[in-house]
Ligand binder design. Structure first.
Ligand SMILES: [Zn+2]
Length: 294
């Protein structure tokens, strides 16, 4: 009797695991190799855990997450940070990620959308992920296939020229986490599909920029919400905004390389998030003035 029950339970567990993995893979293929326009797949109902996750174009422009108001994290005092000590960088990232987990979990609960916290890969030596190998040119990236945020604890400091301003790394982390928020909110799948349908690089970049600028805004939402408890002083905010300008597309970049938006727009969306502190402020997918997402 017990063994029959155990077998049944095991069977159920396996079904759940397979369904979850299937969803991960489905939502995670790198956009560049995607080409997933299979109508059979499009009609496949989501597994039970995802029935409340938005999909299709409404996920981008009319997401329930946009209706949830201000982010309400627990207090998030900044830990000590010695950028030259990778262990210190890791502790710093872990603490801020705890705050991000808490803040966004509450927000998704509010929206009625299931939310799983991302896995953390804060590397000190090279390795590989389904999205790319690391160290990578980016120093930090998000990989949807494994729902993981990747940051190199010494590589990122090196890429940022030894910048000792912790808020800059908190902002970068919050940006990568912003991509996870997009994924959990059901945006990434539709966005990846649409981007893959474009026939030229400049056209697909229009999609990429909207996603990146939204991630900037979502980072701002989080930073604005912890501004008092962190605390972020005026010079911290200035450093974060300067960094947003520095990591934007270069003014002379050709259309083929314009994936993150102009310096002006990169700052604008981060600042907008900081001020509004609500994900509803971050709808880069339906703006009246397209120059805001260039
Ligand atoms: Zn990004």
């Amino acid at each position: 009797m017990y063994s029959a029950l155990a077998a049944l339970l095991l069977g159920l567990t396996l079904i759940t695991v397979v369904a979850t993995e299937g969803t991960d893979r489905f939502g995670a293929e790198p956009a560049s190799t995607s080409g997933r326009s299979d109508p059979d797949l499009a009609g496949t109902p989501d597994p039970p855990a995802d029935t409340r996750r938005p999909s299709g174009r409404p996920a981008l422009v009319d997401n329930p997450l946009y209706e949830t108001g201000r982010l309400m994290p627990l207090p998030c005092p900044a830990p000590q940070l010695d950028v030259h000590d990778p262990a210190s960088v890791e502790r710093f990232l872990d603490t801020i990620t705890d705050c991000l987990d808490d803040a966004w979990k509450r927000q998704f609960d509010e929206a009625g959308i299931p939310f799983e916290t991302p896995k953390r890969v804060y590397w000190s030596e090279g390795g590989s992920s389904p999205c790319r190998d690391y160290p990578s040119a980016a120093g930090a990236f998000y990989c949807r296939a494994v729902k993981s945020v990747y940051i190199g604890t010494s590589d990122v400091v090196e890429k940022w020229g030894g910048n000792e301003e912790g808020a800059v790394y908190a902002s970068l982390l919050a940006h990568e986490y912003g991509h996870h928020v997009q994924g959990e909110a059901g945006l990434l799948e539709y966005y990846h599909d649409k981007r893959a349908e474009e026939s030229s690089r400049p056209e697909s970049n229009e999609w990429t920029r909207k996603s990146e600028l939204q991630a900037n805004c979502l980072a701002g939402v989080f930073l604005g919400a912890i501004e008092v408890s962190y605390p972020l002083e005026e010079e911290d905010v200035d450093a974060v905004l300067d960094d947003a300008a520095a990591t934007a597309d270069r003014a002379d970049a050709p259309d083929e390389d314009r994936t993150h938006g102009t310096a002006e727009n990169s700052v604008l969306w981060l600042e907008h998030g900081l001020e509004q502190q609500s994900p509803g402020a971050c709808n880069t997918w339906s703006v009246e003035d397209e120059s805001l997402v260039q």
